[in-house]
Design a protein around this ligand. Sequence first.
Ligand SMILES: [Zn+2]
Length: 545
Amino acid sequence: MKKTILFIFFILPFLSSAQEFGRADSLRGYLSEFRNCYDVNYYHLNISVKPSDKFIEGYSEIHFDVLSDFKTFQIDLFENMNIKEIQFEGRQQSFSREINAVFVTLDREVKEGENVFVRVYYDGHPKVALYPPWDGGFSWEKDDSGLDWVGVSCQGLGASSWWPNKDHQSDEPDSMLISCQVPAALQCISNGNLIFHDLRKSTKHYNTFHWFVSYPINNYDVTLNIGNYVHISDKYISHQDTLDLDYYVLSYNEEKAKKHFEQVKPMLKCFEEFFGPYPFWEDGYALVETPYLGMEHQSAIAYGNGFKEGYFGSLGYTAGLTFDYIIIHESGHEWWGNSITANDIADMWIQETFCTYSEVLYVECMYGYDTMIKYVENQMARAKNKHPIVGIPDVHHKGSNDMYVKGSSMLHTLRNLIENDSLWFDIIKSMTNEFKHQTIDGRDVLNYINDKSGRNFDKFFEQYLYHSKLPQLEYKLEGYGKRKSLKYRWNAIEGYDIPIKVTTAKNEYNWIHPSSEWQELEINIWSRDFKIARHLFLVDVKNLE
Ligand SMILES: [Zn+2]
């Protein structure tokens, strides 16, 4: 018995740190020849949703450019979903399935430069969300009036859990049409603009809603919100134009929502100042009330924070500030996550790090610099430093949750290393514009910052993104009275030579340039007044006295 317990204790840490990947992960995460041979430019998802049976059926039309001649290619749909038929040029095609991948073999070879489409008819009971949005799928709920209230969240899980598509973040369609049929008395709210709806009076019939997305969209951003919604319409006047604001909330929450969503306009003003214009202007900005906490669904942000302050009423995440965390965070994703998307989820930090940093910029914009520092200190305290921020590419593996607060604190540290706010804000804004409506690699971001700042931060990024531990500043303060000798060095990755500020006299911060070798500096300070600028730089510190 004892032996067994010992065995478990030894094996658990090993299992949790070692990653095991298999065929399913490669099918999902790797861009093989069966995926690289085509580029999706349009989807038409046409589905009917039956809440009473937790059932969906319809088709997905996948339009693509042929990049190299082929007959067989891969699309994705979870194995629990049934494919009824795949059509190409009016003819039924053959296909085979392997785990969640579908290999379609066309009855003629398609040639480079052609633009063609297949239509995949399917149905089934999609995965039910267990703990949305983290363990997502369909949420089949009832509102307080007992009416059906349905939502879909599938980041990480995959859009292929409920509709056929090329389920890899590197390939977004340029536009998309979502046609959604729901029982009469309910509405279906999706992404983009409602271009047409067909409402039937009789409860025997289904209502059909057609939503058009006129920009590139992540697969996991595509969503349905089905319920008895009221529509609150508003306008945001920006420098360049007027943006439509659309709020869809359950009918009995209308008054509450009108008041609570007043924070949207000042937020958009702040974000536009730092990141440039709202990136999906023609599609409008929208919040849709959902039975789960939230998700950055493009131009239809899922809102489930209960019209409360902070994070579902708790102010721990917001450092005591009373803004609605979900509105601010999920809206930040419209720039970082939706407009700019990581090619591989190993680089998901691009989306979460910059989005979590957008909270910091929002706080600075609304509450001032000193409050912003307190907000970042709260983020810094929540970094775990147990696993790297960057995940493993090609196997659908994301890095640790440190991509949120540690990543954001890393950007705050970088701002202070650059020590030139006009340059820093220019980097942030111009980069957001440079990569607008694109999917990119982490390396693209790092190169951009290096180029624009005229410095090389590779060692800095390597330490913070690819290693779990923070750089640790080891120091000793020797001597008597105010005449002190400061000895210091980095305990960090090889070659780490990033400077940091310490007080060399009371309240006087100056740069030191530690390396792995001990260095010494004479300073004039009482021990009690000596400080390392940890409000500006996220580092670990070890006093060796
Ligand atoms: Zn996020």
